[in-house]
Design a protein around this ligand. Structure first.
Ligand SMILES: Nc1ncnc2c1ncn2[C@@H]1O[C@H](COP(=O)(O)OP(=O)(O)OP(=O)(O)O)[C@@H](O)[C@H]1O
Ligand SMILES: [Mg+2]
Length: 255
């Protein structure tokens, strides 16, 4: 099962959610791969992997695809272990930005799907973090995935952005991945005391969107876990935030 976390709006919680779901998945005993397709590399940093100068990344994997690598390497060569048992990362690199145009102009959008297919027997679950754009990498991820998850950060601009997001994904789905399903909208930065978040969630539901029941509250524990570079299920398993990620994974797995 491959799940992509996507929203073309920036800062809604894509990296936070993909990393914590992947960590929770690994803790539950599933061999899990976290793919970071954002040149910003927030997920790669958050998961605590410090790459050496010569470490292979997802950018090298794409370079191999366009023939900029002399020696063909198996997909496993680009995958790195993390400090968490069962959790592996295909890390991002800033050069993803430099090679994007070349990849796009040579129609390489299907290559991520092929590469991840070669890892089907190795990993039980794959989580893909995407950049805040409907660009080559997000499209490649949505083509490679079985399901997509949309983080929503309880903001009026996010409500407006979601219409465009659904239209974009719907077109991509028709043309390139008819099997792709929306696994759910994840309510992030939720504040039960304020009126606006509940009103925005109600509007999502009125649109018929599958809003997941588990909500991720806005909490400093999540920011602390970023700065410690330890995902919430390990950093604060007994805090509400830790319990919310456990409940979220459970809900997604048992829908
Ligand atoms: N539930 C939360 N509670 C507190 N802070 C949060 C929460 N979720 C996300 N944040 C904060 O919001 C910011 C954006 O989160 P994150 O980087 O996960 O979003 P993103 O969608 O991946 O951003 P980008 O579009 O830049 O890739 C970060 O500073 C993060 O610490
Ligand atoms: Mg991000």
């Amino acid at each position: 099962m491959k799940r992509v976390v996507f929203n073309q709006k920036g800062g809604v919680g894509k990296s936070t959610i993909s990393t914590n779901l992947a960590a929770q998945s690994a803790l539950s005993g599933l061999k899990t791969l976290l793919v970071d397709l954002d040149a910003q590399g927030n997920t790669t940093h958050y998961i605590g992997v410090d790459l050496e100068q010569e470490s292979l990344t997802v950018a090298d994997m794409f370079k191999q695809i366009v023939g900029w690598f002399s020696k063909p390497l198996a997909p496993e060569a680009f995958v790195h272990p993390t400090a968490i048992d069962n959790l592996f990362v295909l890390p991002a690199h800033p050069t993803l930005t430099d090679i994007e145009h070349e990849l796009e102009s040579r129609y390489k959008m299907y290559k991520l799907k092929e590469t991840l297919r070669n890892l089907d027997g190795v990993f039980d679950r794959v989580y893909i973090d995407t950049p805040p754009n409907f660009n080559f990498y997000s499209k490649a991820a949505l083509i490679a995935a079985d399901e997509y998850l949309v983080p929503f950060d309880c903001d009026d601009f996010s409500l407006q952005a979601i219409e465009r997001l659904l239209a974009n994904v719907s077109e991509l789905k028709q043309d390139h991945n008819p099997e792709l399903t929306l696994a759910g909208v994840i309510i992030n930065q939720y504040n039960a005391q304020a009126k606006l978040p509940a009103a925005l969630v109600a509007q999502l539901e009125e649109k018929g969107l599958p809003v997941l029941n588990t909500r991720i509250n806005s909490t400093v524990k999540i920011k602390e876990s970023h700065s410690k570079r330890v995902p919430v299920p390990l950093y604060a398993p007994n805090h509400k935030a830790g319990q919310q990620f456990a409940a979220l994974l459970n809900e997604i797995e048992n829908r």
